[in-house]
Design a protein around this ligand. Structure first.
Ligand code: COI
Length: 355
């Protein structure tokens, strides 16, 4: 077909494998990096537009030691997934949302961003080029990781003179080692994830390394991850290191309102819409940490995490437990979301993009 031959051309001089599947133990995927065949790179100089994106063999990239991203953290990332349908087609989930979030974040970080069309086109190309790494139906998904970075050299603190948009991908399944078992979270009121006026609301790389210390400390004590409180009052729930958080009380669902310090998750947004569509009341508001005491159910959402039930949360040496049985609401929301993402439940929202 024309698509196959243009892909073959784009992948020159590295032949595109026609194999249906890569040689992978599909039953034992976690969230570890598994390098795939190709990556996508597109560059842009300051005050210009991105052009001539190319697929190349996956591998190391060359950067100046004084690249803006290495010295001052001028970088953003995104995450989205491709699922393989029983019929063989590939489904992307709301790639336009990631494209728009990257544009919004790029504005905050003084970087030029690819257009929504360029972003979606690049995601499609890299997904098709790495098709043999998309797990069989029911065994996971291909996690697609777009990066935007200040790649040009800069010594004084200023926007870099050149930018690189890069996408790589890796097959994945469960994010947490717990698999699909309930998570045990720790509320850390020592470390903050983001503060007012900062960049917590965009997916900058600088939001992630600073929480490693809190994560490592919590993991060392047997917890799955950390739940952060707002930095001003240490009173309201914000988010977990790698995902957003939801509470359920008497069938009313609540999640912290995005106010500039919380990431506007694509899964968060989708779960709010699915829950409302199923007839539930969903509130986006400030949630005092004390409300955890009375919650029936708590769950996390994220592209990597999907919808993960929370079995317990520990705050100031007090452990509160939540329902996680088969009738839990998070289970129903998970099934609906993943059903749409995998193409087994009708996508009446028009969220999936088949390639
Ligand atoms: C995602 O869920 O896609 C993320 O970017 C979170 C990351 C920590 C894996």
């Amino acid at each position: 077909s024309q698509a196959a031959s243009s892909l073959q051309q784009a992948c020159e001089p590295f032949p595109y494998s026609e194999d249906e599947y890569a040689y992978v133990d599909w039953d034992n995927l976690g969230f570890g990096l598994m390098p795939t065949d190709y990556m996508y790179v597109m560059k842009c100089s300051e005050n210009d537009r991105y052009k001539e994106g190319k697929i190349s063999r996956y591998g190391n990239i060359e950067l100046s030691p004084s690249a803006g991203v290495l010295n001052y953290g001028q970088g953003l990332f995104e995450g989205l997934k491709a699922y393989r349908k029983e019929s063989g087609g590939l489904l992307l989930f709301r790639p336009d949302q990631n494209a728009m979030r990257m544009k919004f974040g790029a504005e905050r970080m003084c970087m030029p961003a690819p257009s929504v069309d360029q972003f979606i086109d690049a995601v499609k190309q890299i997904t098709v080029a790495n098709k043999r790494w998309v797990p069989p139906p029911g065994k996971g998904s291909l996690y697609i990781r777009p990066l935007l970075m200040g790649s040009g050299p800069i010594l004084g603190l200023a926007p870099a003179p050149e930018y690189m948009f890069l996408i790589y991908a890796s097959p994945v399944r469960n994010y947490f080692k717990e698999g699909s078992a309930p998570l045990n979270l720790y509320v850390d009121d020592e470390y903050d994830r983001a503060s007012r006026g900062g960049a917590g609301g965009v997916k900058t790389i600088t939001n992630y390394a600073p929480v490693l210390k809190a994560i490592m400390s919590a993991k060392g004590r047997g917890f799955s991850d950390v739940l952060y409180l707002d930095s001003m009052n240490k009173k309201y729930l914000e988010e977990v290191s790698s995902c957003n958080i939801f509470l359920v009380k008497d069938k009313v669902i609540s999640t912290p309102a995005t106010n500039g310090t919380i990431l506007s998750g694509v899964t968060r947004k989708s779960i709010i819409e699915i829950a409302r569509d199923l007839g539930y009341q969903v509130e986006e508001r400030a949630i005092p940490v004390e409300e955890l005491m009375y919650a029936d159910e708590v769950f996390c959402t994220g592209t990597a995490v999907v919808v993960a039930p929370v079995g317990s949360i520990t705050y100031k040496d007090k452990k509160v437990e939540f329902r996680t049985d088969a009738e839990a609401l998070s289970r129903k929301l998970y099934n609906t979301l993943v059903g749409i993402q995998m193409g087994v439940i009708e996508d009446k929202f028009g969220w999936t993009v088949e390639i």
